[in-house]
Write a protein that binds this ligand. Structure first.
Ligand code: NDP
Length: 293
């Protein structure tokens, strides 16, 4: 029996539809339009694609999109001045600084300069602290998207054994916090973990956020486990074209897992959908309006 395929693309379309409905109601009832500002420094081609997609989907959801493209040599002072202007701008409810930043810029300093109420990526230390203490936070979009898929599939996650592979601030750590918040028993694995296959074999839920193409194999899995593959890796195929693969070896994992996200079409689309949802939430909070579910 093959695993059920978790259709992140379809689920993300539903989330975006709910956001768009809520935005339309908000505009009709209050005249307020949620606004998202995206700041891109330099010309990283992958980042440019992400930023373009974010802008397009923001407009499709009925929100305002403000794109700020800065030269790769922009000084820290100029970038901080832009963030200060966006923090003060009442038309901007969400601010996202596309990472990675060029090496001469201190990402921590820049991210922590964003007003936490507008930090729709959830990377500001205030939001990290709020999430870690179980308080109302802006939650990082990729882990939030994974959690939505898991809740949709399982309903309650309480008591489930979850293994998160990867301990980055962007994915692994906030993912573990969210799963803990849903009462999973959580293990965080990383590059120094001993006997990773044995650790993964304990899991009812495996989250792979490693950045290594097809690393997790089917024979690492407990039969029936749910596999959420966050990885996005570009590999060159014989035709000379790039192919996207995840951190899990899809063919072997799909034979053993109960359910699995494909790459592409799994976690990826959920990330932007959650960004839009976070922007709407930030707008509602800023204006004392009821928040989306
Ligand atoms: P990072 O490189 O920041 O973190 C990778 C983590 O994987 C680290 O904690 C590292 O351990 C761990 N790791 C590396 N090698 C191994 C190994 N052999 N065994 C076990 N653990 C290992 O990556 P990110 O968290 O930013 O991203 C992870 C993946 O998710 C990437 O493919 C990225 O492209 C993708 N991604 C996808 C998104 C989406 O929208 N779908 C959004 C964000 C990321 P250590 O800490 O010990 O070095």
């Amino acid at each position: 029996m093959g695993a059920a395929v978790i259709d992140g693309k379809a689920f993300a379309a539903k989330v975006r539809g709910r956001v768009a409905d809520h935005v339309a109601r908000l505009k009709a009832e209050t005249g307020i339009t949620p606004g998202l500002a995206v700041v891109l420094v330099g010309e990283d081609p992958a980042s440019e694609v992400y930023v373009r997609n974010k802008g397009k989907q923001t407009l499709e959801a009925g929100m305002a999109s403000f794109e700020h493209k800065l030269d790769a040599t922009t000084s820290e002072a100029d970038l901080l001045a832009l963030i200060a202007r966006l923090n003060a701008d009442p038309a901007v409810h969400g601010i996202l600084v596309q990472l990675p930043l060029p090496g001469h810029l201190d990402s921590d300093l820049v991210i922590n300069a964003i007003d936490p109420a507008k930090d729709v990526d959830g990377f500001h230390i205030s939001n990290v602290g709020l999430l870690g203490t179980g308080q109302k936070a802006m939650v990082p979009c990729t882990p939030l998207g994974c959690l939505m898929l898991l809740r949709d599939l399982h309903g309650s996650l309480s008591g489930m054994e979850a293994v998160v592979i990867g301990r980055s601030n962007i994915v692994g750590k906030p993912m573990a916090q969210l799963l803990l918040g849903d009462s999973c028993t959580v293990t965080i694995a990383h590059s120094r973990t001993r006997d990773l296959p044995a650790v993964v074999r304990r899991a009812d839920i495996v989250i792979a956020a490693v950045g290594r193409p097809e690393m997790v194999k089917g024979d690492w899995l407990k039969p029936g486990a749910t596999v959420i593959d966050v990885g996005i890796n570009r590999t060159r195929v014989e035709s000379g074209k790039d192919r996207l693969v995840g951190d899990c070896d899809y063919a072997s994992c799909a034979e053993v897992a109960g359910a699995i996200t494909p790459v592409p079409g799994g976690v990826g689309p959920m990330t932007i959908a959650c960004l839009l949802a976070n922007t709407l939430t930030a707008c509602c909070r800023a204006n004392g309006q009821p928040e989306p579910e």
